[in-house]
Write a protein that binds this ligand. Structure first.
Ligand code: DI6
Ligand code: FE
Length: 410
């Protein structure tokens, strides 16, 4: 083998590559990973390492485990204020749907978000993104949906991009203007959807501010027909779609997302077997959000066994939002996905790496493989299952972003 140069060489490490190669976690013990120009150029055992490999910098990881950088593929983390009062009321017996009907819930966050300046929004949201990044998230999706009018929606997307630059993570932004009905359009949902389709989607596309479009299809959200109009407008502007589907009731959302060639359908507690089959056939990723299930004290489990049988890729995400999942810990979500949804620890980790990347349409990350983007996290753990075993705690020791050491140690 000819001489091979690399910028960074990671050794004294065990790799959970998360490649679907039949080995649990795609594990490679005593691995070496070489990176050049932001990408992985070699991964294998240290013994297999090309003999002529010359590294600018060698990092001895002290026997740590390394995984792909984590991907949090469903968040609403740009918002102002919080909903702690609503949380207290819910504990006193008022339901999420009742609060929504009274003009609280999402609408309360919309009022606070509209009232905040861009700087305030960034200042309040940045610590949430930083918390995710501290736990090894290197790619995050952030939705709008708390502006519900053109300028406030676009401001949320701009702030999402800005705080991602500040924190040093990759971001994919999603326009979720069809999240709830704003007060100006009370009782006129179709007129609001007109605005979403004819004003907001075109503007977000023209300014290059959105990578995808999402909608909240639910009895307390929008109907399947309104959702379809949003999907059609997104397609007309060259944007892929995602869907908040079947969270509180079966709206046939899984099947509708599949038919629209959606990147993902998310939540899915009430999705029917037919819906899961449609997703399997279309290759739609199922994004599981155990934080919302837990916070709402849901009892209906998403049809995980059917998803497995239909080979639907299952992602796991925080759904970080002020109402139903005020969490900034993707590792805690892995634990909940295992304990509440009965995923295996390996499925949960694939859900925050390989499958989460796919839920964002990103095929250059989510596994440790030659050619993939060199986003890696080193962990002080003895086995990869420890990442979902713990209820809290952060065993992250190091983060490599695009082939460069971003941080090492606490
Ligand atoms: N995602 C959402 O958009 C809503 N539920 C969920 O899981 C809730 C957002 C909110 O209450 O603010
Ligand atoms: Fe959500």
């Amino acid at each position: 083998m000819n001489d091979m140069r690399c910028d960074l060489l990671l050794v004294d490490v065990h790799a959970a590559t998360m490649r679907a190669d039949g080995v649990p976690y795609g594990a490679v013990r005593d691995a070496a990973i070489a990176m050049r120009d932001g990408a992985i150029v070699f991964v294998g055992t240290r013994a297999e390492m090309p003999s002529g490999l010359v590294a600018e910098q060698t990092l001895e990881a002290g026997g740590a485990w390394v995984t792909p950088g984590l991907v949090d593929c469903h968040t609403h983390l740009v918002y102002a204020g919080n909903r702690v009062e609503e949380y207290e009321r819910r504990r006193l017996g008022v339901t999420y749907a009742e609060i929504a009907r009274e003009g609280g819930g999402i609408a309360a966050t919309v009022r606070a978000t509209r009232a905040a300046s861009d700087d305030e929004l960034a200042t309040q949201s940045r610590p949430r993104l930083q918390a995710l990044a501290d736990e090894g998230v290197t790619t995050v999706e952030i939705k709008s949906g708390y502006g519900l009018e053109l300028h406030a929606e676009l401001a949320q997307l701009r702030v999402a991009r800005r705080i991602a630059r500040d924190v040093g993570v990759d971001v994919r932004t999603t326009l979720l203007a069809a999240h709830a009905l704003p007060p100006e359009f009370a009782d006129r949902p179709d007129a609001y959807i007109d605005t979403v389709c004819m004003q907001m989607i075109p503007a977000a596309a023209a300014e290059g501010l959105a990578d995808a479009v999402d909608a909240y299809c639910e009895t307390i959200g929008f109907t399947p027909a309104q959702t379809q109009r949003v999907f059609d407008a997104a397609r007309a502007h060259g944007l892929r779609v995602k869907l908040h589907a079947d969270q509180l009731s079966d709206m046939n959302g899984g099947a509708q997302a599949a038919a629209a060639d959606a990147l993902s359908a998310d939540h899915l507690e009430y999705t029917s077997e037919a819906g899961v089959r449609a997703m399997g056939a279309a290759g739609t990723v199922a994004v599981l959000l155990p934080g919302a299930f837990y916070t709402l004290r849901e009892t209906k489990l998403p049809p995980i066994d059917v998803m497995r049988a239909q080979r639907v890729p299952m992602a796991v995400s925080t759904d970080c939002n002020p109402g139903t999942s005020p969490s900034t810990s993707l590792l805690l979500m892995l634990n909940m996905a295992c304990t509440l949804f009965k995923l295996t620890p390996e499925e949960a980790l694939a859900g925050a790496t390989r499958h989460a990347a796919r839920a964002l349409g990103l095929d250059d990350r989510g596994t440790i493989a030659v050619g993939a983007r060199a986003d890696l996290v080193c962990w002080n753990i003895a086995t990869p299952a420890e990442l979902s075993y713990r209820l809290g705690g952060n065993p992250r020791v190091g983060i490599i972003r695009a082939g460069r050491l971003k941080r090492w140690g606490v």
